[in-house]
Design a protein around this ligand. Sequence first.
Ligand code: BTN
Length: 270
Amino acid sequence: MGGRIAVILVTGSTAQEWLALAPEGVNVRYFTSCGSTNALAVEEGAAGLSKPTWFVAGNQTSGRGRRGKTWASEPGNLYCSYLFRPPVKIAELVTLPYLVSLAIRDVFLALGCKEDEVRCKWPNDVLINEKKSSGILIESSAASGRDTDFVVVGIGLNLVCFPNSAQFPATSVKDEIGGQPDIGSAFKILSHGLQRRLKEWNPADVSHMISEWRDCAWGMGLRREIRTAEKSFSATLLGISDQGGLRLRLDDGSETNLYAGDVFGPPPAH
Ligand code: BTN
């Protein structure tokens, strides 16, 4: 049995109920439990599944986070991945995290969070009251040349619980506004909102989307700790460039754009 992961696909009326929550023309596969919805979606994408499909799970036993981390996936939160085939170049996917963050923000607002409490943290975190409340993991596969074959947008929404070990303070919708957020409602708002934003998405002109993201950005004007794959340093967050890079002022006064990395809280005092 070692290494085998239970994948429990739900069929029948529950599957129909989940399908009814998604936009028309989009399929939904619901699993009470699986290893990772991203892993399932990537597998199906590689196998040639052409219909846009959401993979949703009640819990995940090997949830994937960014940078090779795991994503704790206790029951009660929303764990889902969207497999689709956008007709765009691989390089044009660079602004997709902004689109997805804004769609997640819409969900938190619809669930009752206040506008100024929900902020987007570069590159793709959504915070409620300055605490991480969701995760986005985008995986893609290139077709021939520079075209995209498929994209998987994996989303975890902290509706009722959150991991304590997070490197950045975390929270859940329940902890911030009380009540018992409904997973089905959250999925319905997310799947429809993401669909709408994807239809409007024009990778050649993202100025409107970047401007919307800037309006709810977290930490701008503040000195923060930055971590990339190579190093950690402190810098002041200046804004987002029109190409989607994080504009930074380094401590020596020079300015630079960052395209990969993470932002943390105030740098440690020396
Ligand atoms: C992050 O590290 O912030 C990204 C976490 C992404 C987690 C979601 S949960 C649904 C989907 N399936 C996965 O295995 N990961 C993503």
